[in-house]
Design a binder for this molecule. Structure first.
Ligand code: SAM
Length: 296
């Protein structure tokens, strides 16, 4: 069975009475070289476990299962489960779970599926929820060895951007709080059935073993990043004013200047360390103001 053959994919789908579910972002790989390359370059050690998100009909799953100790694949579409049982029947190191990856208790799943194993994520992600999935993986606190995923080319460019580059934005900064991102290779739209409108790219996120910054408040830093990119054309101070009603625009300006940044700096020039520094300054100023409010 050749799962990357268009004829074979169509035959399997027809036999199971299935159509590609656009709502679930179902674009299956039909370029034989790609699943092999993703599996080879996903950066995991042979003795480690792999969490695959959205196995589809099992094309990448098979490549992963042949190379790594254990694979657990989480697929939302219950109609694909009988297909997966058929296409992966010969694999004895695979568990298929029918669930929404955004709703499972990831920590519990990893403990159950991969006891005493290093774990990596490897997936051709459904494009409609790429960012929520990546953020859920990063925010879970699970010590992933790495996260290798295929995403839309434009999303890859955003995630791999550095401060000052036009693609750098809130999502880039949010991901950089957790790790380093690198682009592995591009994949043309014609490598999928059905072909999506845009090309794709495979990226790898390597989580930082210790955070690359420290801040007095993670929550405030999230607000700081969100605020900084909420109005891209405005200066950082003007953008932050819409997020932090606790401080006046002048107080926000003082906070930015106090950390040595120019008054007209924009959010897109700031690294996560810069955001942490400005967050701490805002934190102190809010705390002082609250303290004074209590005294009065
Ligand atoms: N891995 C297959 C391949 O490369 O050919 C299929 C990839 S396809 C782009 C995305 C897959 O993710 C589909 O099988 C889809 O049903 C599944 N999916 C979509 N949303 C999901 C979710 N929330 N949780 C788990 N799987 C999901």
């Amino acid at each position: 069975m050749k799962l990357t053959s268009i004829k074979e994919v169509r035959e399997i789908m027809t036999r199971h009475g299935l159509v590609f579910n656009k709502g679930y972002g179902q674009n299956f790989l039909i370029n034989e070289a790609i699943p092999r390359r993703i599996a080879e370059e996903c950066g995991a050690e042979a003795d480690s476990g792999i969490l695959e998100i959205g196995p589809g009909i099992g094309t990448l799953t098979r490549e992963l299962s042949q190379r790594y100790r254990k694979v657990t694949a989480v697929e939302i579409d219950s109609k694909l489960i009988p297909v997966l049982h058929e296409t992966t029947a010969d694999l004895n190191n695979l568990t298929v779970i029918n669930a929404d990856i955004l709703k499972v208790d990831l920590n519990d799943l990893i403990r159950r599926e991969f006891p005493d194993m290093k774990v990596s994520v490897c997936a051709n992600l459904p494009y409609y929820i790429t960012t929520p999935i990546i953020m859920t993986l990063l925010e879970s606190g699970i010590p992933w060895q790495n996260i290798t995923v295929m995403v839309q080319k434009e999303v890859a460019a955003r995630l791999c951007a550095a401060p000052g580059e036009s693609e750098y934005g809130a999502v880039t900064a949010a991901v950089l709080r957790y790790g380093r991102v690198m682009r592995l290779f591009g994949v043309s739209a014609g490598s999928f059935l059905p072909a999506p409108k845009v090309d794709s790219a495979v990226i790898r996120i390597v989580p930082d073993p210790v955070p690359a910054y420290s801040t007095k408040s993670e929550l405030l830093m999230t607000r700081c990043i969100r605020g900084a990119f909420s109005q891209r054309r405005k200066t950082l101070v003007n953008s932050l004013a819409s997020e932090f009603s606790e401080l006046s625009k002048n107080e926000l300006l003082e906070a930015v200047l106090a950390r040595g940044y120019p008054a007209d700096i924009r959010g897109e020039r700031l690294s996560v360390q810069d955001f942490a520094a400005i967050t701490d300054e805002i934190y102190d100023r809010i705390a002082t103001k609250k303290g004074k409010g209590k005294e009065a």
